[in-house]
Design a protein around this ligand. Structure first.
Ligand code: NAD
Ligand code: UGA
Length: 462
């Protein structure tokens, strides 16, 4: 292997592989960066201006490097052969079958990639775990790759990704930290240093944290578990606020001013979504259980249970407010993405909420600036019996209620008087993200139900 590796390959061109490699290529013109995937349609889209994922700032970064030192390809074998460093960022979803179903990580895509690497390689390589993986996956990977009859050595490095969707480019350009773990052997440390050297092209050295490989693997799961735990904690308190006339925004602010607690990630909501929080916590639960640490498992599982409770609670409060029936009533859902500034709908609370309202025979219209295509796929079994409308004003015409499910900033500045005028009366607004001015909407005439606040209604609560 050359002392300064020049060819970086990433296997998996998804929400992580695509943006991460685009940033590495844009920041490091001295490397040739190639991203491969088995999904040919995805690769084709990366080669056009119509990128396969929506992410603010992404297209500028891709345009800067594409066809200069950033390439997208379906030739997995050829690119494995050439590469000095291989990042693996394939999906690691929750297993849906067999042992560990519903909790443990499904590592079939990961293992397939490892076997492709072993089969095709002709020279030593550094393999970088970019996907989120159970702690001690590197040991399994070493067992697959070593020893081999080709005399090739693979060094394994863990470099989990902490980007959040919607802010991915900024997170990658200005990360709080980059974590790089390896074996503590001389070889392991040398491989780790090669990955450090990539990031020091734009990340200050004191933001690059190095550790042993197990700490790195485990830290990724723990970071997501801690973040999700904050949301479940504040959501649990939102239920209490609604009963006691405390205001969740004021409570979040008051506790967040304590520098030990910190102000961020304390927004009460309809629940957290996204492809990772639930999957990673359940994976942590499964790992704890597999070591016989049942109290640890139960502690973390409660974070997911609280999230499910919050989703159910939101629908229940809609039903109760709408006189215990939504059958035949038009309900406009504002937002389907799991958070603002993304078209991603994986594990979005909107999926559960839509399905529950559909069961109750509501006449549902879904509006979202970016996520309607994904929403149609998520609801493919009932897609013909639901309406989709990008324009929120049209979506709300004749509706009995609006429910804000995603915190798109557009929804803060809508003309709510106009919306109210076009709606069925009494008109209801359920703010699952606490983004609208309750007093103002109440004055317009809405009956307002915001997460973590007592209702503002024009009639006595039943
Ligand atoms: P994704 O599903 O968007 O992308 C994964 C890609 O891997 C897919 O395009 C798939 O076709 C490809 N793939 C699967 N098997 C392959 C194979 N054998 N050869 C080539 N390509 C293959 O997933 P993602 O959201 O990018 O997440 C990837 C990993 O990163 C997961 O482990 C996830 O937990 C982690 N992660 C995700 C995020 C996020 O914001 N989405 C953030 C941090 C970490
Ligand atoms: C999250 C983490 O923030 C990333 O660090 C991590 O890399 C990533 O998971 C991952 O491993 O996939 P992401 O899921 O993209 O990123 O988005 P977040 O901003 O964390 O939001 C997750 C969910 O929590 C969203 O549904 C969001 O609306 C919700 N949320 C977030 C709240 O309800 N309240 C908050 O205060 C913050």
């Amino acid at each position: 292997m050359s002392p300064i590796p020049k060819k970086i390959l990433c296997i998996g061109a998804g929400y992580v592989g695509g943006p991460t490699m685009a940033v590495i290529a844009a920041q490091c013109p001295q490397y040739k960066v190639t991203v491969v995937d088995i999904n040919a349609a995805r690769i084709k889209a990366w080669q056009t201006d119509d990128l396969p994922i929506y992410e603010p700032g992404l297209s500028d970064v891709v345009k800067k490097a594409r066809d200069r030192n950033l390439f997208f390809s379906t030739d997995i074998e050829g690119n494995i052969k050439e590469a000095d460093i291989i990042f693996v960022s394939v999906n690691t979803p929750t297993k849906t079958f067999g042992e560990g179903a519903g909790k443990s990580a499904d590592l079939q895509y990961w293992e397939k990639t490892a076997r492709d690497i072993l089969k095709t390689s002709e020279s030593d390589k550094i393999i970088v775990e970019k996907s989120t993986l159970p702690v001690r996956t590197a040991a399994a990977l070493e067992r697959i790759l070593h020893p081999n009859d080709k005399g090739i050595h693979f060094d394994i490095v863990s470099n989990p990704e902490f980007l959040a969707e919607g802010t991915a480019i900024n997170d990658l350009l200005n990360p709080d930290r980059v974590l790089i773990g390896s074996r503590e052997s001389a070889r392991g440390k040398k491989a780790r240093q090669e990955i450090v050297d990539i990031y020091t092209n734009w990340v200050p050295r004191d933001r690059i944290v190095t550790s042993n490989i197990w700490s790195s693997e485990l830290s990724k799961l723990v970071a997501n578990a801690f973040l999700a735990q904050r949301i479940s904690s504040i959501n649990s308190i939102s239920a209490l606020c609604e009963q006691t006339e405390a205001n969740i925004t004021e409570v979040s602010y008051a506790i967040g001013r304590d520098s030990r607690i910190g102000a961020r990630f304390l927004n009460a909501s309809v629940g957290f979504g996204g492809s990772c929080f639930k999957k990673d916590i359940l994976n942590l639960v499964y790992i704890a259980e597999s070591y016989g640490l049942y109290e640890v498992a139960e502690y973390w599982e409660q974070v997911v249970k609280m999230n499910e409770y919050q989703e159910r609670r939101f629908v229940r409060s809609m039903l109760k407010a709408l006189f215990n029936t939504v059958a035949g009533k038009k309900i406009a859902l504002f937002g389907f993405a799991f958070k603002a500034n993304t078209g991603d709908t994986r594990e979005s609370p909107a999926i559960f909420i839509t399905r529950r309202l559909f069961e109750e025979k509501a006449n549902i219209v879904i509006s979202d600036p970016q996520a309607l295509d994904n929403a149609r796929m998520d609801l493919d079994d009932i897609v013909d019996r639901i309406s989709f409308e990008a324009d929120p004003y049209k979506a709300a015409e004749g509706a009995h209620a609006i429910a804000i499910l995603t915190e798109w900033s557009d929804y803060k500045s809508l003309d709510y008087q106009r919306l109210y005028n076009s709606m069925h009366k009494p008109a209801f607004l359920f703010d699952g993200r606490n983004i609208i001015d309750r007093d103002n909407l109440f004055k317009i005439g809405f009956n307002v139900y915001s997460i973590g606040n007592p209702p503002r209604t024009h009639f006595e609560e039943p």
